[in-house]
Design a protein around this ligand. Structure first.
Ligand SMILES: C[S@@+](CC[C@H](N)C(=O)[O-])C[C@H]1O[C@@H](n2cnc3c(N)ncnc32)[C@H](O)[C@@H]1O
Length: 448
């Protein structure tokens, strides 16, 4: 018997011209074509002599099961989907159904994904060049995704200044999601941020609307619209929406000359290395500021600042700060127990608690770091601790900063001081740990 095959075909936004040659050939090679009724209409001219299975909007899993059943009969089956079938399309559910049925790659039924131009690029092409820098897509459909997940993604994308493409922005029943999306985006973006609303791109009823972010939710948006929201540098000129690629950071736009301090073909002066050097230079100039102040100044988590400090060299140090990352937080905690009197600093939101304790009073029990003595009982959720950094600030403080997976400080355990001096034995222990770490990081570098 002939071997079956499933072709998962994205046919682009909807026009013949925007369908790839490979998508056309894949549909032409199929015995059976399966798709949502509207999609089948869009590829009607390719269906002569083929068995066509039309399904409704909510029958996605049916389409996958049907494709598998037909392929098992030895037929070549094309499952068609608009745009790219791997983007909010049928490729995922089809693989899930196949795996649940015991199918494996290399089995008798071959599966092939045929890519197509997805709505965000098709829509972008109609409004200028809004996606020329970092962007993300978020679907506002809460049919299968809980709203808090969608809201968190919107918030994160807005905060991170991504250009955002909203898929499934609105339907007859889902009308408030776009209102919420607008509210969240406006927490971080200016009211006049350019927004493009593209409906039925490259189809008969195509329409394009350019609006401001604060007008977005009141506009005519439907199931066939994609909404493109600009970032802080996106601009509108002559009704074209443009997100700069970043050339102006490096080159003068009039003369094309490289700006002072920049080099063609090299990272920007504020690229990774330059940024770290800038942090250290700021720390040299702001000697009285705490690590937390510096992190707040740059709007970055404290670990970013620690990482910049640790990369400093003698001519480019971070003032009095030095820092070194420990490979294992629990091992460092063991060391700390021998450091004698300590100052524990725990931050919860805006509240900072500081308490004096003895290293031996630290007790790691299961998920908790317990500090228990006659004066207080403190718990730190040890599950939050992802990394530990030894940090020294001249003769002012030295100790360990426990950091969570987001780079924020969970707690600090610092050597206690008498006036300006640390307890000699404790400082010796600290220095031993510091040089052991320094040596291990040197060995790692040499091994590379
Ligand atoms: C289930 S998703 C399918 C996405 C599709 N697989 C793709 O890659 O473009 C449906 C959403 O895609 C967007 N969309 C699909 N085709 C479009 C078109 N021709 N014009 C504008 N938006 C479109 C709309 O946001 C719509 O709500």
């Amino acid at each position: 018997m002939k071997k079956g095959k499933i072709l998962l075909v994205g046919f682009g936004p909807g026009s013949k011209e925007d369908m790839t040659y490979r998508a056309r050939a894949a549909i032409a090679s199929a015995d059976v074509v399966i798709g949502y009724t509207t999609y089948i209409k869009l590829v009607e001219d390719l269906l002569d002599g083929k068995e066509v299975i039309r399904k409704g909007m909510t029958e996605e899993i049916d389409r996958c099961v049907e494709a598998y059943e037909q392929a098992k009969l030895g037929k070549v089956v094309a499952v068609v989907s608009s745009g790219d079938i791997g983007i909010y399309g049928m490729a995922g559910p089809t693989y899930e159904v196949l795996f649940q049925s015991g199918w494996k790659p290399g089995d008798d039924i071959a599966v092939e994904v045929v890519t197509g131009s997805t709505a965000l690029s098709a829509c972008a092409s109609l409004v200028g060049a809004p996606l020329t820098h970092d962007f993300c897509s978020i679907s506002l459909s809460d049919l299968l995704t809980p709203w808090p997940v969608i809201a968190n993604r919107l918030e994160a994308a807005a905060r991170a200044d991504f250009v955002v493409a909203l898929y499934n922005p609105k339907s007859g029943r889902r009308t408030q999601q776009i209102v919420e999306a607008q509210r969240i985006m406006l927490q971080y973006r200016k009211a006049d941020t350019p927004v493009a609303i593209v409906k039925s791109a490259y189809r008969r009823r195509q329409s394009v609307l350019m609006v401001r972010l604060d007008e977005m939710a009141d506009c005519d948006i439907g199931m066939l619209s994609t909404v493109l929201i600009g970032n802080s540098s996106t601009f509108l000129r002559d009704n074209l929406m443009i997100t700069p690629r970043g050339y102006a950071n490096k080159y003068d736009s009039l003369t094309g000359a490289t700006r002072e301090g920049e080099n063609a073909g090299r990272s920007l002066s504020m690229g990774l290395l330059g940024w770290k050097s800038c942090v250290r230079s700021h720390m040299r100039d702001s000697a009285s500021h705490s690590l937390q102040d510096i992190a707040g100044h740059f709007g970055m988590p404290p670990e970013e600042i620690l990482s910049a400090i640790s990369g400093g060299s003698s001519g480019d140090a971070a003032g009095e700060f030095s820092a070194i990352q420990a490979p294992d937080a629990a091992l460092v905690l063991d060391e700390v127990r021998s450091w004698g009197r300590l100052r524990a600093v725990v931050r919860a939101g805006d509240a900072v608690s500081e308490m004096m304790l003895n290293g031996t009073e630290l007790n790691l029990s299961g998920d908790r770091l317990n500090v228990e003595n006659e004066h207080f009982h403190l718990h730190v959720d040890w599950r939050r601790v992802a990394r530990a950094w030894l940090v020294r600030r001249g003769d002012q403080s030295c100790g360990v900063h426990f950091i969570d997976s987001h780079g924020d400080t969970v707690c600090k355990l610092l050597l206690a001081r008498q006036g300006r001096t640390f307890d000699t034995a404790a400082e010796q222990q600290f220095n031993l740990a510091w040089s052991a770490l320094g040596e291990s990081s040197l060995t790692e570098v040499n091994d590379e």
